[in-house]
Design a protein around this ligand. Structure first.
Ligand code: B12
Length: 267
């Protein structure tokens, strides 16, 4: 088989783009009667959200898609039997339902949104909590036995153990046997700490103090897992340890901060 010439390739691309433009109009016309005759569509009001607009090639052959995040909560099914029901379902969850499809495949906008969300999770995992944020709350920083981000993912056990240096640092700097010891850990999302600590920490600290409780010296643990609470309390001996930690990022929320606490020396 001979290679097509550049002119032939150009002609094929031009034909495909023209077909895409024609196809968009034709499909819209073909699906409209089906929607009108579907039983639920006859009684239910039209969906407030329009189906995800299909990308249309512009006159200059521009096939870039619009920003996919704009369509996050839109119903993408072309002619749902129960538009209101589907709309309510979509609104009730962050799961990717009712996004529609192109033949057997996800639409390009759905795929791009998925990949963009996945990229956000990677950033949340591999970034670092800014030192300036910790300084703002007077927190010093220690590290677990984990030495790299990759090791953190592969060896959760090392994220549950303080390094010798960290143990010595906590021993040197922290008051002992408080009623409550607050600790912050990066966990699986530095973004969770960066986005939420300024809102939650002052309130937490003020609440504990105004309840008349003794509060230990707060600090930050890098490459932290929840089970670090045990090692920490071996050193500080608190009645209660409160750990604020970044949760595993999901494909909708990548900055969830959790509070894990233990009233004994074991987590
Ligand atoms: C992964 C996960 C799990 C995994 C943890 C496995 C592992 N080795 O990583 C498994 C499947 C075991 C699990 C189980 C449970 N989980 Co869970 N889990 C999560 C999830 C998705 C992420 C947690 C995370 O990132 N932690 C941070 C990392 C850095 O911590 P880690 O040290 O690596 O992992 C530890 C913690 O995740 C902890 N953990 C996980 N879930 C829970 C729940 C409770 C109550 C406790 C005390 C600890 C705990 O166990 C892990 C191992 O030590 C969150 C949802 C989210 N995205 O936030 C829910 C979440 C934390 N889990 C939840 C629940 C309810 C549970 C269960 C009680 C479910 C059940 N009915 O059995 C159990 C209890 C587990 C326990 N230790 O007692 C709820 C907690 C709600 C709440 N406010 O209390 C959450 C927020 C999900 C939700 N929205 O409902 N979970």
């Amino acid at each position: 088989m001979t290679e097509p010439t550049a002119a032939q390739v150009h002609a094929i691309v031009t034909d495909v783009l023209a077909e895409l433009r024609r196809g968009t109009t034709a499909r819209a016309a073909a699906t409209a009667p089906a929607a009108a005759t579907a039983p639920a569509a006859a009684t239910a009001p039209a969906p407030a959200v329009a189906p995800t607009p299909r990308p249309v090639a512009g006159p200059a052959g521009d096939i870039d898609l619009p920003d996919p995040t704009v369509h996050r909560r839109l119903v993408g099914v072309a002619a749902p039997a129960n538009p209101t029901g589907l709309e309510n379902l979509v609104a009730s969850t962050t799961a990717r339902i009712g996004v529609g499809r192109a033949g057997p495949r996800p639409r390009t906008a759905s795929l791009l949104l998925f990949r963009a969300d996945h990229a956000v999770t990677q950033d949340a995992i591999f970034g670092e909590v800014p030192a300036a944020l910790l300084d703002q709350f007077g927190m010093f920083s220690v590290q677990t036995k984990v030495t790299t981000a990759e090791e953190y993912l592969l060896r959760p056990d090392l994220g549950r153990a303080l390094s010798e240096q960290a143990r010595a640092e906590i021993d040197r700097r922290c008051s002992k046997n408080p009623q409550v010891q607050v600790v912050v850990g990066d966990g699986l999302s530095w973004a969770a700490v960066a986005n939420n600590l300024p809102k939650i920490y002052p309130v937490l600290e003020q609440g504990l103090r105004s309840a008349g409780l003794t509060v230990g010296t707060p600090f930050f643990v890098r490459y932290c897992r929840v089970g670090i609470i045990n090692d920490i309390n071996d050193v500080v001996g608190a009645d209660v340890v409160v750990l604020l930690i970044g949760e595993r990022p999901g494909l909708g929320v990548a900055d969830a901060l959790s509070v894990y606490s233990t009233a004994t020396s074991s987590a």
